[in-house]
Design a protein around this ligand. Sequence first.
Ligand code: TPP
Length: 357
Amino acid sequence: MSDSVTSVEAPEIVVPEGVRLEPERLLDLYWYMLLNRRLEERLVNLYRQGKVIGGVYRSLGQEAESVGTAYALEARDYVSPLIRNLGSILVKGAEPVDILKQYMAKGTGPSRGKDLNIHFGDLSKGFIGPVSMLGDMIPVMAGVALGNRMQGKDSVCLVYIGDGGFSTGASHEGWNFICAQRLPVILVAEDNCYAYSTPTDRQMGNRNMVDRAVGYGCAGVQVDGNDVLRCWHAASEAVSRARSGGGPTLIEVKTYRRKGHAEHDDQRYVPPGELDTWEAKDPVARYERWLLSEEIVDRSQLDQIENRVRAKLDAAVDEAEKAPMPEARTALDGVWSTPRWTAEHPNFHDFAAEIGS
Ligand SMILES: Cc1ncc(C[n+]2csc(CCOP(=O)(O)OP(=O)(O)O)c2C)c(N)n1
């Protein structure tokens, strides 16, 4: 295990050696964590009004690890989020209005109502839409990294995996390949204590996923996932290593999923007191306390950021609510297989005109 192992019990933010503390960047981290949290709260409200199609998958308590790790990437790097890594795609430039439209399956949303939640990508911004089968994005990111290498590009890839997802065959095959090829990929393994209702100690024989780094032959580091600065720092070091040819890094983040798997899950399997213990380690509140105690900001500046987030989300919710649902005639547009086009098909004439026949 690496010597950068930190205690998950660390009560306050720790500034890792070498972290540059420019206020602008420190406040950026705060902005994205707060945006992540408040956007999810808006989604829950819309869900309760019946306006969201499908579920809402909260990352309450995990905002620091999504935001901190993605914040270490440059514009030319790629990230592949899991359903709970909303913060990582916000950092990469995803717009809340698009995320809202996507959750509401709107016709002008990123996937035009054909997929939900954060299942969409934008290559121009460097985020790649997730495949639902857990673990499959690791081999996909192996392909992205290999393709970049073959084209002489020095982009780094970052992919997330949960404690549940890291038990799948695809994740092992993918990560083994990445390590064997020394590809510039970072795997953020999230121990958030549960996969659905299965606690991590029933998921694996060894409670620390970072210990697998030895077997794979890659660098490994374990960090407190509720400390945004440590997450940022660990990822920054991994990015430098990857970009300079030093190969992949497995970063295990120790954190906690404070909401159920999705909004329908009442968490009856959670022992009494556990949620309170982790609420006391809330990453946003912890970071706020640190920013105030270090006099990087005062309360009124934090309030201003809160107001900016609120205004942005008010406008985004308004726009997303007004956006139209997809038209039935577009149901077969953009799907993978070519449908059997006949003159009776509602899109037939558009299609025929498009291909010039
Ligand atoms: C191969 C596969 N098996 C099962 C599922 C259904 N499933 C979706 S999320 C989930 C739990 C994932 O737990 P974890 O990887 O720990 O991530 P977390 O939800 O805790 O963030 C399961 C079982 C799936 N998507 N893919």
